[in-house]
Design a protein around this ligand. Structure first.
Ligand code: FAD
Ligand code: FES
Length: 279
């Protein structure tokens, strides 16, 4: 069992959770993820390591409530326990002194971008970060991202805070102004990552995206997380989660993400009904 030692609501649909997991904290690297099972009847879901503390023996997860398991997770409080937490899984981000890098975080993708931006800054890069959300109430960790960036640009789709617009607009301007950008790392909704990749392509800038495929085992055995990159099949859990965004077959990513939509909706409705009967 894995004890929750701190829990906080970052915005109405996003929760921060610090969990005791010393073995995972000891090995964690930026870009890796864990697979979590909340209880004995629960499914396994992947969540990126948003932070970790080797001395404290804790890992930090940030989860957006979208379906049954993330709703269940959001209901837990400090002192409660999670049944399984396996990791760290996946390949870590490539961290080197590339020069000037742009990190883009959209929505809950801001959380996994944080340790990557921090590691890139520590490696000597100039880090420009763009963070975006649909509106002000969905923004979180602006301070954290500012602390690991040389420059931070914040956007909201509806203009309720900072610059109005989507993250690809400042990204394009930066690429137009600064010919020295060595790479872009974009993490967020698949549609955002696709458009970031389309924005950088004409500039020929290496662009890495972190694919949020549906996963089951997280160890390369079930094939559930497969994606097509550069025309060949990759398993996101063991070959990724980061891939060259210019080489990803995005249509396949979108199709596979929708594959269990009806079942997921039914599962959530059943779970909500069950909750009501027991409250
Ligand atoms: C490597 C990896 C790291 C991830 N890290 C995080 C993280 O740090 N924080 C976080 O909040 N989420 C993260 N995700 C996504 C998260 O795992 C899924 O959203 C989660 O499995 C949803 O489970 P659920 O039962 O709550 O919702 P479900 O019942 O499975 O889904 C409800 C609805 O949400 C949408 N949805 C579900 N999964 C996805 C997805 N992968 N992409 C797009 N839409 C989806 C679908 O419309 C679906 O119908 C990550 C995914 C991967 C592969
Ligand atoms: S989740 Fe099963 S192979 Fe990747």
């Amino acid at each position: 069992m894995y004890k929750i030692v701190a829990k906080e609501k970052l915005c109405p649909v996003v929760d921060f959770m610090k969990i005791e997991a010393p073995a995972v904290a000891k090995k964690a690297k930026a870009g890796q993820f864990v697979v979590v099972r909340v209880d004995e009847v629960g499914e396994r879901i992947p969540l990126t390591l948003a932070d970790w503390d080797d001395k404290e023996g804790t890992v930090t997860l940030v989860a957006m409530q979208v379906g049954t398991t993330t709703y269940k997770l959001a209901k837990l409080n400090t002192g409660d326990q999670i049944l399984d937490l396996i990791g760290p899984l996946g390949l870590s981000s490539e961290i080197d002194n590339f020069g000037t890098v742009v990190c883009v975080g959209g929505g809950v993708g801001v959380a996994p971008v944080y340790p990557i931006a921090r590691a890139l800054k520590q490696a000597g890069n100039k880090v420009i970060t763009i963070m975006g959300a649909r509106s002000k109430d969905l923004l979180f960790w602006e301070d954290r991202l500012r602390s690991v960036s040389h420059e931070l640009i914040v956007t909201t789709d509806d203009g309720s805070y900072a610059r109005k617009g989507v993250v690809t607009e400042p990204l394009k301007e930066i690429l137009e102004k600064n010919k020295q950008i060595s790479r872009v790392i974009a993490i967020g909704p698949a549609i955002m990552m696709k458009f970031c990749s389309l924005t950088t392509k004409p500039f020929g800038v290496t662009t890495l995206v972190s694919l949020n495929s549906i996963m089951v085992d997280g160890t390369g055995m079930c094939g559930c997380c497969r994606a097509s990159v550069e025309g060949s099949t990759k398993f996101v859990c063991v070959d990724g989660p980061e891939f060259d965004g210019h080489q990803v077959d995005w249509d396949l990513v979108f199709n596979r993400q929708r594959i269990y939509c009806d079942e997921e909706r039914q599962s959530l409705e059943l779970w909500k009904t069950h909750q009501c009967q027991h409250s």
